[in-house]
Design a protein around this ligand. Structure first.
Ligand SMILES: Cc1cc2nc3c(=O)[nH]c(=O)nc-3n(C[C@H](O)[C@H](O)[C@H](O)COP(=O)(O)OP(=O)(O)OC[C@H]3O[C@@H](n4cnc5c(N)ncnc54)[C@H](O)[C@@H]3O)c2cc1C
Length: 448
């Protein structure tokens, strides 16, 4: 190891490691070697790390997170819906892992005393031509083994949601809501209690095969992968699992694996129903989705704190972690516009994209969408709310990658890494089921 790097690392250990703001301060003699390092402390990374340490208590695991807090990005900026598994192509990973994940999520929340509400959901057809698509969704839900689904008519819609109008609805009483940031933090607590190490403020910028063993280690090259952060600090490990959300393509690239599929960030802005109008919404109210897009459409979602969120829309963002309309990152922008897949997507969906941008700018346009379901809602009843940014994988032909994608690479380092490349909605619902799958995959690929 170069003398300068060694010096930097010694200083790091002396300083307590992980930076002064590390959430769980690294002890003075913190180990620098791990059997598996998981990059990303979102809900998928934390669930996976938790599952790994519970299955292999004698091994050493670390979670490396670039932010100072956990679940800071998608996992802390979402609708908070526990999806029941209706929408997804039968046989797909999304379908299987969502149905399993929802059941595991309820069970976990019960065990840990994490509050949730099984407030149900209606997918409402408001026009005749939506009814065949609604019926197809019902069939799909049945094929996916979603519990307690039924089609209901206009009167039953009003009995469930007195302010909602519709011709027919798909009723999913199993759907619920939860605070996923709280769930992710609980996974982190389990992981730490089982002996796992979480290093926050640790932005992974480089991974390579070690040329020599770590100085304090006498096991030779037992931990051959060096993972370095933006401050030049290093840890050594045998294997890496990346769960980097909006940066999953960059993490793959820096480890010498494929940069494709690329991540395209789609910002989703929410509106809020004013507190005095929240009585108008009891459970989740969703539109019949546009089959061309993986997003579920602008919906009414009650939150655990009693508020009601409306949205999110889906507009192309010019910054991967940009939560405001005018947020811009030259690197992210160039990365996106130089990718041929993005141009193909934009040209194919130009008018839809423009109308989403128009609606994002003008509240009245969004209210019109809402009035299709609850005619009483007016511009005076709503406020602008928070935003989230979805990490959506896009292939070079301009197709949005629909299913979850997990892959590794080849060669010395690639064969030691498993990448979670695409984990969009409903990955929060599915997190415990995804974690089981990742743990199986890690065991099989890396012979843990
Ligand atoms: C607007 C919106 C609404 C949604 N609604 C729902 C919903 O209702 N129900 C549902 O089930 N799902 C929903 N989702 C999807 C769900 O939130 C995500 O699928 C899930 O949170 C993905 O988790 P993750 O851990 O993969 O990603 P993230 O939560 O984004 O975590 C990735 C982590 O990796 C870290 N990271 C990135 N690069 C590095 C690096 N170089 N070094 C170290 N750390 C790094 C990031 O800082 C981040 O903490 C929604 C998503 C959005 C955006």
């Amino acid at each position: 190891m170069a003398a300068a790097a060694l010096l930097r690392r010694r200083r790091w250990w002396r300083a307590g490691g992980g930076g002064a703001a590390a959430l769980w301060r690294v002890p003075r003699r913190q180990r620098s070697t791990f059997d598996v390092a998981v990059v990303g402390a979102g809900i998928v990374g934390l669930a996976s790390a938790r599952e790994l340490v519970l299955r292999h208590p004698s091994l050493a695991f670390a979670v490396l997170e670039k932010e100072k807090e956990l679940a800071h990005h998608q996992s802390g900026h979402n609708s908070g819906v526990i999806h029941s598994g209706i929408y997804y192509t039968p046989g797909s990973l999304k379908a299987k892992l969502c149905v399993q994940g929802a059941a595991l999520c309820y069970e976990y929340c019960d065990q840990k005393g994490i509050p949730y509400k099984q407030c149900g959901k209606l997918i409402v057809a408001v026009e005749q031509d939506e009814i065949p698509r609604l019926k197809a969704l019902y069939e799909r839900g049945l094929q996916n083994n979603v519990r307690d689904l039924k089609l209901i008519g206009a009167k039953e819609i009003q009995a469930k949601e007195p302010f909602c109008r519709g011709l027919m609805a798909l009723d999913s009483p199993y759907t619920g809501i939860v605070n996923y940031r709280q769930v992710a933090q609980s996974y982190a607590e389990d992981f730490r209690e089982a002996g796992g190490t979480i290093l926050t403020d640790f932005e992974v910028t480089n991974m390579e095969m070690a040329k020599e063993s770590p100085p304090e280690n006498e096991d030779g090259l037992k931990y051959p992968v060096v993972v370095r952060n933006s401050k030049g600090e290093e840890i050594y490990c045998r294997h890496v699992v990346t769960c980097a959300g909006l940066y999953s393509d960059r993490l793959s690239e820096i480890s010498g694996c494929s940069p494709e599929p690329r991540i395209v960030p789609f910002r989703g802005d929410y509106l809020l129903l004013k507190p005095e109008k929240c009585y108008m919404v009891k459970g989740n109210i969703y539109p019949v989705p546009n089959p061309r897009f993986p997003f579920l459409g602008f919906h009414f979602t009650p939150r655990m704190d009693g508020s009601v969120w409306l949205g999110p829309n889906a507009v192309l963002a010019f910054k991967r972690e940009g939560y405001k309309l005018l947020d811009f990152s030259p690197t992210d922008f160039l990365d996106a516009v130089l990718y041929s897949g993005l141009w193909k997507l934009v040209l194919r969906n130009f008018s839809y994209g423009l109308s989403e941008v128009y609606r994002a700018c003008f509240l009245s346009a969004q209210v019109k969408q809402l009035q299709r379901f609850i005619p009483e809602v007016t511009v005076n009843d709503i406020l602008r709310g928070p935003s989230g940014v979805r990490a959506q994988a896009l292939d070079s032909d301009g197709n949005l990658v629909d299913d979850f994608v997990f892959d590794g690479g080849t060669g010395d380092i690639g064969s030691r890494i498993l990448h979670v490349r695409n984990a969009p909605s409903p990955a929060a619902t599915s997190s415990l089921a995804i974690a089981k799958m990742i743990a199986d995959e890690v065991k099989q690929r890396f012979e843990l």
